[in-house]
Design a protein around this ligand. Structure first.
Ligand code: ATP
Ligand code: MG
Length: 506
């Protein structure tokens, strides 16, 4: 009995098939009570599937699940919640126009009177927020919250429903470095109060810093189960990918040529500091990577979206090879050779219900030779889609699948493939490796350097300071919508750039 209670969760021989894909192949997993347990593995390895089965979203084809030592049947999330499980998904599931409290009580207590629930709920939300240091205003509207705050609302929601076991699917993928530090503190405090935490992540440094134990998945199977004390980044990488992985970027010095992109005095007026741009000027030349460092929400997204043509500026001009593109819509900009990897792949990057072939031509479909005079040439499209899927290792390599059926990282690989393949002159890249596994990060980084060396001008925005410093040839720092300085990525210290990113002077 005591032995059994050691584990909050056990999965034994769990198998799940989606069509031809064996997403979970008899996986077994044991999570100690009161521990932080990491699950790692390549994109498509089956991590989310396993957790979705545990949470009752998917039914396993076979296998057994034990909660606190007892075999349980979990048919739906309602069953999971009653057993003390809570899940925060890879993509949040909040209703934007509603408040925090409204979101939290949504669907949690059907049948009772909303008015009575509401007052109690609000008090309870405040209490929980206080208790675990979540710092969430119970009356704030979701749409006014930062991504990090929205995620804390998701955590609050699970706690409100009495979760003892929390499952977090890539919780830090969308957080700024500061938010990650806060999130870790929250997770540790949850663990120290007896909660059990299962966390899926691609970031090996985080796994090593946070978890007590690690399960490694590959191709639907569990291939390792290690105490974090005995793990190293290199060892984990090898176990995940099945080969040595370069955990750093290798590149030669840039040889920049003519200016491709010139931005003069770009401004965007906004009611908030976050979301405004103030007199931003910059230049990106052929054959160089210009990185923009900054805490997320300091104008980087707006800058990239304005250059891509997705929103208009208030003032200032944008020149591509000396010609103004200010009046061109996104498609015409794309036709001039501007590629864009958007940060929000669901909103901007993919049509989730369309197949991979259709998604691989999004935005490029007016270009010959991909279109005939009237009809799209299906065979050419299919050939190209198949080639992209092969070259970029999108799994599973079946272009007839809807984009929705791909794992998060594989969706990102598909967007990268589509955008890089148009031979862009200028590449606008936001968070290119968010949610992708270390093997794919290595590949995308190599590809960016290759495109640079072939003469592309690259403007890179990333919340990962490491990524900015290792890929960029020059780095601008943005703070509150302004460029506050330029640094040399080869010599700048983390302290120095960190200070600039938070508004301090050099
Ligand atoms: N609803 C679905 N329909 C069809 N196939 C699916 C579905 N969900 C997952 N799959 C497939 O199952 C496999 C495992 O996917 P899963 O989402 O579990 O991977 P993951 O390890 O979470 O990857 P990532 O790190 O990219 O999020 C993949 O091949 C994926 O394409
Ligand atoms: Mg996943």
């Amino acid at each position: 009995m005591a032995e059994d209670l050691k584990y909050a969760v056990e999965m034994r021989g769990v198998t799940k098939r989606f069509g031809d894909v064996l997403a979970n192949d008899s996986i077994s997993l044991a999570v100690e009570s009161g521990s932080i347990h990491a699950i790692i593995g390549e994109n498509g390895a089956g991590k989310s599937t396993a957790m979705n089965i545990l949470y009752g979203f998917y039914a396993a084809d076979s296998g057994e699940i034990l909660i606190d030592g007892q075999a349980r049947s979990i048919q739906n999330p309602g069953d999971a919640i009653r057993l003390g499980l809570g899940m925060v998904h890879q993509h949040f599931m909040l209703v934007e126009p509603l408040t925090v409290t409204e979101n939290i009580i949504l669907g949690s207590e059907p049948g009772s009177s909303f008015a009575i629930d509401f007052k109690q709920a609000r008090a309870r939300v405040r209490e929980l927020s206080e208790q675990y240091g979540l710092r969430i205003d119970a009356d704030a509207r979701i749409e006014d919250l930062s991504v990090g705050q929205q995620q804390r609302v998701e955590i609050l929601k699970t706690l409100y429903r009495g979760a003892q076991i929390l499952i977090l699917d890539e919780p830090t993928a969308v957080l700024t470095p500061q938010e990650v530090v806060e999130m870790f503190a929250i997770l540790r405090s949850l663990r120290d109060r007896g909660k059990t935490i299962i966390i899926i992540t691609h970031k090996l440094a985080e796994v090593l810093a946070l978890s007590d134990r690690i399960t490694v998945m590959r191709d639907g199977r569990v291939v390792g189960n290690i105490s974090t004390r005995e793990a190293t980044a290199e060892g984990l990488a090898r176990l995940m990918v099945g080969r040595e992985v370069l955990l750093r970027v290798e590149k030669t010095d840039a040889h920049p040529k003519d200016a491709i992109l010139v931005v003069n005095n770009l401004s965007l007026e906004s009611s908030t500091v976050h979301g405004s741009l103030n007199d931003v000027s910059l230049e990106v030349r052929a054959g160089e990577i210009l990185g923009i460092a900054g805490v997320e929400g300091n104008g980087q997204t707006e800058l990239i979206e304005i250059i891509a043509g997705l929103r208009p500026q208030t003032r200032g001009e944008i020149l591509l090879e000396g010609k103004s593109i200010d009046r061109l819509d996104p498609r015409r900009r794309k036709n001039l050779g501007i590629a864009h990897i958007p940060e929000d792949r669901h909103r901007r990057g993919l049509l989730l219900d369309f197949d991979l072939a259709a998604n691989s031509i999004l935005g490029v479909h007016r270009n010959s030779p991909l279109s005939g005079a009237v009809l799209l040439n299906e065979q050419i499209i299919a050939e190209r889609a198949n080639r992209l899927v092969r070259e970029y290792d999108v799994r599973p390599p079946n272009i007839a699948l809807p984009a929705r059926a791909l794992s998060g990282g594989n969706q990102q690989k598909l967007i990268v493939a589509r955008e890089f393949d148009i031979n862009p002159k200028l590449i606008l890249v936001s968070q290119p490796t968010r949610g992708v596994d270390i093997g794919a990060i290595e590949f995308i980084h190599k590809k960016l350097i290759e495109l640079r060396d072939a003469g592309a001008a690259i403007l890179l925005v990333s919340a990962e300071l490491d990524e900015i410093l290792s890929l960029s040839d020059r780095v601008l720092v943005m703070y509150e919508g302004r460029v506050v300085g330029e640094v040399d990525p080869r010599s700048v210290s983390e302290e120095e750039i960190g200070l600039m990113m938070t508004g301090g002077k050099r």
